[in-house]
Unconditional design. Structure first.
Length: 217
């Protein structure tokens, strides 16, 4: 069983580009085959033998989102090594808590071990979108943020708590949760109090302090 990486993803762009991606993420589909790869070949068209009947999807909205959004790739090439090295995580995953507006798609996902940063990059580039992918995993003690703006990708990284505190209403709320979970360990409590004084108070501060690199895509 892997450690599960938390991911919050946001795509932004022109309405027509958002609408195209939103359809792929949410529309009913039929699973055709897996073949030799780790991604599923899908059809967004209703089979002719079902014409006149309701289109009953094989996948729920957001399920197997890599397979849904990467139909332009040769999926037979995507086995363990290419899944990890090119898409960022070894298994397809589901996008949950989906929110869609004319210019934005938001969702939450759990992925095996690492963030789907390659998938995020490929989707932004192919569908002409920008966005943010915020990811973290406590077992390996990392948090990271990928921001794509125009033709640039900005990478930020930190220890997990410095990232996770910003996913709560306030860093204080996150600290209180950590203290409640470990209230029998005085040394741990003391460390949390000391560390929390160093946590960023906003994503703007996080970006200022934890920028790692900017690359052209």
């Amino acid at each position: 069983m892997p450690n599960w990486c938390e991911n919050w993803v946001t795509f932004t762009g022109e309405p027509e580009n958002i609408a195209k991606l939103a359809r792929l993420i949410t529309a009913p589909v039929k699973c055709i085959s897996v073949g030799n790869g780790w991604l599923t070949k899908l059809s967004f068209d209703q089979p002719p033998w079902e014409y006149g009947e309701p289109f009953i999807s094989d996948l729920r909205s957001g399920e197997s989102v890599m397979s849904r959004t990467l139909g332009f790739l040769d999926k037979s090439n995507y086995v363990y090594e290419t899944m990890v090295h090119e898409l960022g995580t070894k298994w397809d995953f589901d996008l949950d808590n989906i929110e869609i507006t004319d210019r934005e798609i938001r969702g939450y996902a759990q992925t095996a071990w690492s963030p789907p940063s390659g998938w995020f990059r490929v989707v932004c580039k192919h569908y002409t979108l920008e966005g943010e992918l915020a990811s973290g995993e406590s077992g390996n003690d990392f948090g990271c943020l990928t921001v794509i703006e125009g033709n640039q990708e900005h990478q930020y990284g930190s220890p997990y708590n410095f990232w996770s505190c910003l996913n709560y209403e306030s860093p204080e709320e996150f600290k209180d949760q950590l203290l409640d979970l470990n209230d029998e360990y005085p040394e741990y409590i003391d460390n949390i109090h000391k560390e929390s004084a160093l946590w960023p108070k906003s994503w703007a501060e996080y970006k200022e302090r934890f920028h790692e690199r900017t690359t052209q895509i």
